[in-house]
Design a protein around this ligand. Sequence first.
Ligand SMILES: NC(=O)c1ccc[n+]([C@@H]2O[C@H](COP(=O)([O-])OP(=O)(O)OC[C@H]3O[C@@H](n4cnc5c(N)ncnc54)[C@H](OP(=O)(O)O)[C@@H]3O)[C@@H](O)[C@H]2O)c1
Length: 320
Amino acid sequence: MITGITGQDGAYLAQLLLSKGYEVHGLARRSSSSDVNLSRLRWLGIEKDVRIVDGNLLDLSGLIRTVTAVKPDELYNLAAQSFVASSWQQPLLTGQVTALGVTNVLEAIRLVKPDTRFYQASSSEMYGLVQQPVQSETTPFYPRSPYAVAKLYGHWITVNYRESFGLHASSGILFNHESPLRGIEFVTRKVSDSVARIKLGLAKELRLGNTSAQRDWGHAKDYVRAMWLMLQQDTPDDYVVATGRTSTVRTMCEIAFSHVGLNIEDHLVIDEALFRPAEVEILLGDPSKAKSKLGWETSVTMEDLIREMVDADLARYRKH
Ligand SMILES: NC(=O)c1ccc[n+]([C@@H]2O[C@H](COP(=O)([O-])OP(=O)(O)OC[C@H]3O[C@@H](n4cnc5c(N)ncnc54)[C@H](OP(=O)(O)O)[C@@H]3O)[C@@H](O)[C@H]2O)c1
């Protein structure tokens, strides 16, 4: 069972699990315009292969009924209000979904099927104002947004349910991971989408905030493999999943522009209104534990990832 199956990671994880012969159930919210947004699952050609259950992380009764009906062997909790910028605009909702929502899912498991293996989607944003130059499982956290504070609650409640009730609950502290299925509001996809539109004459500029911020970027399809590996271990644990390499937003933009033969200087506009109220200047993860204990490795470089995203956005616009 996957919460957040309509999101980027949910789609790639569903694809991975289906390829391994799993029966995949996904919790999804209905919307008045499209019932359930299956566009990412459709992009991967698997929308008919998953079973969608109507639900919301805020509704414990629905979660209890769903866990009772599905009886999941593994439950991946990927649902969240996942966008840092929105978390300043909607701090309370972010806390309710991204923090307390985790407890709802854990309670449903604990009450109905405590042998379910549980994965919590924790985030490198929890390191925020970094306390060590390279962040590992033992680095102290210092969250810098309502999103990061909510994720920190989700992380610790997962650890607590593991230690208090013996649940097989693991938390993956994932650094940024992207793909052609990344939400359009996130910086890498905003860049790949804008570069594609500029190349095709549909736009002129790319407007960004702090381009000196540094992030450790990997490919989502590698990162969902790490989630699955965590639930195959005899003992639940917490793992940092990262590439171990960091780059500035500007470098990432340069790769995107040069891929289509454009000059960044002609199109990039820095907009102070897009800066975060409290910036996370640098994130750089140490994936040694995931490498040694899970045998996990990243397989896509940041350069190839960004080029793949630009190509996918070019193809999307050329199709329309
Ligand atoms: N991608 C990253 O770099 C990264 C890094 C670290 C951690 N994470 C975390 O990993 C998870 C997956 O990331 P992602 O990039 O796949 O995020 P995403 O594309 O934004 O997907 C978020 C998912 O959560 C669902 N959702 C939101 N509110 C919900 C609610 N109240 N009840 C039920 N479902 C709800 C969304 O459904 P709708 O389609 O209906 O909106 C969507 O399916 C998230 O928890 C994210 O915070 C991501």
